[in-house]
Each structure stands twice: as structure tokens, then as C-alpha cells.
Design a protein around this ligand. Structure first.
Ligand code: MG
Length: 293
């Protein structure tokens, strides 16, 4: 199922499911459910609720997609997003080159950091480049995993049970701010730096562990192209490692890192400018397209 958050004609925030045709959105009320947000559905939705949603998605049509305003599937995450840094080998190399650091090809431990998201940017909405303080705006196409139930001391073998679904995130980054402050937090967390969506694809629709093509384009030019099978630390490992001593709550978003081909990886770098169109895609999940403002 593809689960969406949208605004109806009256401006109210609603959640729904995409019909089997992929052309219309069916509000959850049509399945007899009463959830006001994706977070609520993730936390409190029962197996029976999801069966009801799946049934209406297969049988009905709803509001045409062009008539609703899509929002990011989790517009205001309850907690900061947990991000993986340099989690594809080819990106580890380009990133070390840009920072003029040594890289010996070894990645013994995962790099974890977080990203603040006051309000995630929907598919189609502009990314604010904050060009008054940013001189090196960059894109990072990423597969994001959404945790479905409280995870504590989970083994890699059990990790799948804790996954609610997946979405696409563009981990927009201001390289000048990211490097300047040593910690990446500020440079990754400016308002509008988290395009997310267009929807959440539920876990049952994707083979485990996900081996999916991932790519990005800027103004139509292919910049990143890889596969999530090349993650250095994969989803089962990450859920297991983080949950040893740190409880992951339902609705937790983990963004799995980006492959090579980001702007800073080119010589000279290809940073984003106002008017650029950035597309980030993951096979079987969706494509997130945002202009730079
Ligand atoms: Mg990233």
C-alpha cells in the first residue's frame, strides 16, 4: 500500500491510501477508520485496520491526485530523523576527496547523526536554498525506513518485523555550514532541508532486505545511480545496532545514507542554484521532485 498525507479542499490535513490505479487518494474514513495523522496510524493501526485499507485501495477510487494537495507523508516527525553518514563506499571516497581527508577504504563502524525537521517538504514543493547563508547547497537521494513498533534489543533477524514502511528523502545539505560546525546537525537541518515522499510504501510490498535502484537527477541530468544492496551497513544491521541500548519508537525515521554523485563529489563541485529541479528516486517506492527556490 501507498499511504499519503494530503490536504483536502477545506484545507484540513488528512491521511489516505492510494487506489490500485495510483491515480486517486482514498481517505482512511472510507475504510471506516478514524486516524488524524500518519503518526497515529503508525502507532495505533491494527492488522485489521490495514486489511480494511488494503481492501478499499483495491476496490475503490477516491479524489484524483491532481485535486488534492499532497503533503510529506510525515509532515512533522515526532523526533529528529536518524541519518546514516557515508554509508555507500563510493560516496565515502568522494566525500573524503572533497574534505581532503585520507580514506583507506575501511568503514568499521556506522556514522550516525541526526537531522531536525520542523516541517518536511512535500513532493513538488520548493526547497528553500537559504542563499543568504549557504554557498554550497547539495542534494542526497536516500531510502528512508519508518519504524512501526517500539524496538529495543532487536536482532538483525527480527528487524523486519519492526519496519512499518519506506519513503524517499532528499537529505539536503549546506556543505559550508555542515563542515564549519564540525557536527553536521545545523548544516543538514535548515528549514525546508527535508523533502520527503511522495508517500510511504508499506513493508509488505518490498522484498526484504530492500535491494532497490536509487538515483537522483538535477535538471534532468543523472547525478547519482546506485542500489541499496550496496549499503555498507544495511537496514537489519542498523535497526539491530541502534536498538541495543536506544529504544526506537514507532514513527522513527532512519535515512540510510546516499550514494556517490552528490554535488560536492564533482570537480569542480556542482552545487544547487535557484531554479534547479532536483529529482530523487527509489525503485518501487517513488520519485520526489522539488525545485530550488
Ligand atoms: Mg545523507
Amino acid at each position: 500500500m501507498k499511504l499519503v498525507t494530503f490536504q483536502n479542499n477545506e484545507g484540513a490535513e488528512k491521511i489516505g491510501v492510494l487506489s490500485a490505479s495510483g491515480k486517486t487518494v482514498i481517505p482512511v474514513e472510507e475504510a471506516g477508520l478514524d486516524f488524524n495523522s500518519m503518526q497515529e496510524l503508525i502507532c495505533r493501526g491494527s492488522q485489521e485496520d490495514f486489511r480494511a485499507l488494503s481492501k478499499v485501495a483495491g476496490e475503490k477510487e477516491g479524489c484524483p491526485l491532481e485535486d488534492v494537495r499532497m503533503l510529506a507523508p510525515i509532515p512533522s516527525p515526532a523526533q529528529d530523523i536518524i541519518c546514516l553518514g557515508i554509508n555507500y563506499m563510493d560516496h565515502a571516497e568522494e566525500s573524503a576527496r572533497f574534505k581532503k581527508e585520507e580514506f583507506n577504504g575501511e568503514r568499521p563502524y556506522a556514522v550516525y547523526f541526526s537531522k531536525r525537521v520542523a516541517k518536511a517538504v512535500a513532493d513538488g514543493e520548493p526547497i528553500d536554498g537559504h542563499f543568504d547563508i549557504v554557498d554550497s547547497l547539495d542534494y542526497e537521494a536516500e531510502l528512508a525506513v519508518i519504524i512501526g513498533k517500539e524496538a529495543s534489543r532487536v536482532s538483525p533477524e527480527e528487524a523486519a518485523e519492526y519496519v512499518f514502511g519506506y519513503t524517499v528523502i532528499n537529505d539536503v545539505s549546506a556543505r559550508n555550514i555542515q563542515m564549519r560546525h564540525k557536527q553536521w546537525y545545523f548544516g543538514k537541518s535548515l528549514d525546508g532541508f527535508t523533502p520527503m515522499g511522495p508517500w510511504i510504501v508499506t513493508r509488505d510490498e518490498i522484498n526484504w532486505p530492500p535491494k532497490l535502484r536509487i538515483w537522483s537527477r538535477v535538471n534532468g541530468e543523472l547525478r547519482q545511480e546506485s542500489n541499496t544492496s550496496l549499503l555498507i551497513f544495511d537496514i537489519p544491521f542498523v535497526i539491530s545496532e541502534l536498538s541495543q541500548g536506544m529504544t526506537l519508537l514507532p514513527g522513527t525515521i532512519i535515512s540510510m545514507g546516499t550514494p556517490a554523485g552528490v554535488g560536492m563529489g564533482f570537480e569542480p563541485p556542482k552545487f544547487l542554484s535557484s531554479g534547479d529541479i532536483v529529482e530523487c528516486g527509489v525503485e518501487n517506492i517513488g520519485v520526489l521532485t522539488n525545485p530550488v527556490k
